[in-house]
Design a protein around this ligand. Structure first.
Ligand code: NAP
Length: 285
């Protein structure tokens, strides 16, 4: 018997299994391409000959493959019945709906299920930069907690609503993509006006600290459902944004991002939220 099994040894699965092994826990591993387990085996991991043996080897089974469908097809083919009475921790990336379906699937096979979202790159696993969100069965969390804490010093258990980890992961990605897209368009503005993107690059860190204050304030307004008496109204934001639309038209660069923002703000003003906080846009969305 091992302390934990790891199924899936791609870039992320390998990082997860290595970290737990290095912390002195005994592990059994399985991967479709068995050669990827070589370094782990040399370091003391047991290599299971098939998925069923990997599941049978430990009370806690981690799976990290490309998606939930792959996870179910791997486990379902040989090991589904062996999951009964064990903790299954899903660390592949998926949607909240994937998590809910996987929980039902796992429960139907007698497993205790925990769903996780990794907010880190493989090289950050087991470093202070690693965050893992988990949700689902509390008893499953307690059984897997000692290994999860190795993987992510910032480990957050969000309760028994199993889709919560994935939902929060999607929400943080939404923030990231918004910021990335805005930065790409900002660079395009610079290039189209003959300004060095390097100047923009050096301006951004300082501006980011102002933005993070605004973002915190915005989410507080939404949390408290309080949109009155803004320091800058949604209408003010809308009018200010029109300069971005005009610049894109005049410079003949893509208007996709400016037009997208403009249409949302325009709709929110038409809906009657022009004198409220920017956060009131959520009522339109
Ligand atoms: N890498 C990151 O930065 C990162 C960050 C956060 C979350 N994640 C998530 O972690 C999960 C794994 O990512 P990764 O970076 O490790 O991907 P990866 O390097 O591409 O590895 C994919 C894993 O899935 C296995 N797999 C795919 N299709 C399979 C199939 N049909 N049957 C059996 N095994 C199959 C692969 O097996 P083979 O080795 O045999 O191909 C491998 O173990 C993903 O859900 C990803 O979103 C990754």
């Amino acid at each position: 018997m091992s302390d934990a099994s790891f199924i899936g040894l791609g870039s992320m699965g390998l990082a997860l299994a290595s970290a737990v092994l290095q912390r002195g826990h005994s592990i059994t591993v399985w991967n479709r391409t068995s050669q990827k387990a070589e370094s782990l085996v040399q370091a003391g991991a047991l290599l299971a000959q098939n998925v069923k043996s990997a599941v049978c080897a430990s009370p806690v089974v981690f799976i990290c493959v490309d998606n939930y469908e792959t996870a179910r097809s791997i486990l379902g083919s040989q090991a589904a019945r062996e999951l009964s009475g064990r903790v299954l921790v899903q660390l592949s990336t998926g949607s909240p709906q994937d998590a809910r379906e996987m929980e039902v699937w796992a429960h139907d096979r007698g497993a205790n299920y925990l769903d996780g979202a990794i907010l880190a790159y493989p090289e950050q696993i087991a470093t202070p930069q690693s965050t893992i969100l988990v949700s689902g069965s509390e008893s499953a969390f307690h059984q897997a907690e000692r290994y999860l804490k190795v993987l992510a010093p910032k480990l957050i258990y969000l309760g028994d609503q199993v889709g919560a980890a994935s939902a929060l992961d999607c929400a943080t990605l939404s923030y990231l993509y918004g910021a990335l897209l805005g930065t790409v368009h900002g660079s395009l503005i610079c290039e189209s006006e003959g300004i060095s993107v390097n100047d923009y690059r050096f301006l951004l860190p300082e501006y980011s600290s102002i933005v993070s204050g605004e973002v915190a304030k915005l989410s507080q307004c939404i949390y408290e459902n309080r949109f009155e008496n803004p320091t800058a109204s949604l209408k003010t934001y809308f009018v200010a944004w029109e300069r971005i639309v005009q610049q894109a038209q005049a410079a003949q660069i893509s208007q996709a991002f400016p037009a997208f923002i403009s249409s949302l703000l325009d709709q929110a003003v038409s809906d009657g939220y022009g004198s409220e906080e920017f956060a009131a846009l959520i009522k339109t969305l």
